[in-house]
Design a protein around this ligand. Sequence first.
Ligand SMILES: [Zn+2]
Ligand SMILES: [Zn+2]
Length: 165
Amino acid sequence: MMSKDGNGRYTGGCQCGAVRFAVEGTLGRPSICHCRMCQKAFGGFYAPLVGIGRARLAWTRGEPKRFQSSNHVKRGFCADCGTPLTYEAPDGVALAIGAFDDPAALAPVMQYGIEGRLPYVDGLPALPALRTEDEITAAAYLETIVNHQHPDHDTAEWPPHGQVT
Ligand SMILES: [Zn+2]
Ligand SMILES: [Zn+2]
């Protein structure tokens, strides 16, 4: 059910491509954590995380910088672009689901830290919704966008030869 790349691995990394990882084996249960510490660490409403369990994690390009967010936990992130990447506790390491090349394969099955759940989170799916290309007023702007983020697959060379980022 969970998709892996052609080598039977999960891959992912930060938005700028300076840090890439690969995981071989069976991951833990994907989850989200609503606690205030995770909100701050991700700059988000909650943290989407999957524990690596007994799977083998390898940093295939670069490595995260870590911030000791409490006496027990370190948070890994790309020092170049700031993408949150890890939650590292004494009992194991978890990876940020959105950093995987195929996050759709990692559907959360559990919520943690619900005492910190923001009051509007449950109402988000009911908000008015637009596709990016449906915003007619943004059409001209969209045509000028050049994406500098790393693509959702491993690359032999990054950034592409000659590209200034
Ligand atoms: Zn980066
Ligand atoms: Zn948390």
